[in-house]
Design a protein around this ligand. Sequence first.
Ligand SMILES: *[C@@H]1O[C@H](CO)[C@@H](O)[C@H](O)[C@H]1NC(C)=O
Ligand SMILES: *[C@@H]1O[C@H](CO)[C@@H](O)[C@H](O)[C@H]1NC(C)=O
Ligand SMILES: *[C@@H]1O[C@H](CO)[C@@H](O)[C@H](O)[C@H]1NC(C)=O
Ligand SMILES: *[C@@H]1O[C@H](CO)[C@@H](O)[C@H](O)[C@H]1NC(C)=O
Ligand SMILES: *[C@@H]1O[C@H](CO)[C@@H](O)[C@H](O)[C@H]1NC(C)=O
Ligand SMILES: *[C@@H]1O[C@H](CO)[C@@H](O)[C@H](O)[C@H]1NC(C)=O
Length: 297
Amino acid sequence: MRFTGLISWIAYREGIALMKMGVRIWFCMFLLAHCVPMTSCTSFTGTILYSTYNAIMEFDIDTGNVTVLVEQSHYVYAMDYDYKNRFIYFPRYNSDDIVRFAYPSKNRTLQRVIQSLPYPSGIAVDSTNDHIYWVAEYAESLLRCNMDGSNEIVLSTPSYPFVIRLDLTNRWMYIVERNIGILKSRFDLTEKETIANFVSSTVYCMDIDTAEQRLYWIRHDNGDMKSATFNGSDVKTILSTNSANNTYAIGVLGSNVFYADNKQLLMVAKTPGSTPTVLYNDTSRIDSIYVFNQSGM
Ligand SMILES: *[C@@H]1O[C@H](CO)[C@@H](O)[C@H](O)[C@H]1NC(C)=O
Ligand SMILES: *[C@@H]1O[C@H](CO)[C@@H](O)[C@H](O)[C@H]1NC(C)=O
Ligand SMILES: *[C@@H]1O[C@H](CO)[C@@H](O)[C@H](O)[C@H]1NC(C)=O
Ligand SMILES: *[C@@H]1O[C@H](CO)[C@@H](O)[C@H](O)[C@H]1NC(C)=O
Ligand SMILES: *[C@@H]1O[C@H](CO)[C@@H](O)[C@H](O)[C@H]1NC(C)=O
Ligand SMILES: *[C@@H]1O[C@H](CO)[C@@H](O)[C@H](O)[C@H]1NC(C)=O
């Protein structure tokens, strides 16, 4: 399974419009025409997971099909995947715990990994080192434990941290201090630096694009989607047309950014000024997005 970049995404975007017209056969032929160097057309596939207060959902970006993976009733502001042992991990904000379920799997029973400090919001998995990192918003803490919940430790006390993402290749962590900016530091907490300033806004979502070494986030006050390099330079506004109402979820994949605006799941090209596409209208607010990389399996 492989995402082949711009061509596929153009094909995909064309495909969406065409499928709306019901011209599915044409869509397949269009893809075939662009799939020659690939082993087969099934390579063009992808999955977005997202959470609402009621469920963890799977959105198939090829078909637009939406599946309930897990029914639940918690605020879930982040998810991350352990590509080695194949579990989705997520914190339950109003249960003060972290749970996981096997994915892909028919048995998606939730297992509690650890219960700890109140209001856990962000999570990131480092399966190479058997570690889970998470942040607890109102406990103002960055924590770490092993993937079975053992060896819990409070690593630091950031200001109202909400999101954590790890660049596992270059060994940097990026933490959203929701009212301040993005804190970049080594996994051992050395070389700490605030690299993006939210300028009197609040931010509840951020994702890292390891391929192009950029960060993406959405301002909660006006809905602006922003991007900067991994060192905080070259800040760009990707989008400034959101409703500024409940933007909690973002995930980068290839040349697109997937995000939520209240109950809508949308996609927009990374190029500033592009027009977003509504992918799905849920009946509940979308609280987090996780882009599942099928090539990572
Ligand atoms: C999409 O979901 C529907 C209903 O669950 C199913 O019948 C259909 O086969 C699915 N389509 C694909 C392409 O998976
Ligand atoms: C499903 O998974 C749970 C948790 O891992 C396990 O306890 C249970 O035995 C499994 N059920 C089946 C039917 O395999
Ligand atoms: C920051 O990153 C940009 C692009 O990645 C690079 O051109 C610039 O030199 C970097 N600046 C510093 C201070 O490292
Ligand atoms: C904002 O979202 C809430 C639900 O979370 C909804 O009740 C309200 O109507 C929305 N406001 C606007 C201006 O869209
Ligand atoms: C989502 O809802 C909007 C109206 O709020 C509608 O215009 C749009 O077509 C819907 N999109 C999808 C993919 O269902
Ligand atoms: C997906 O996983 C593959 C294999 O681990 C990796 O080479 C690729 O960079 C990943 N893609 C993204 C967008 O993270």
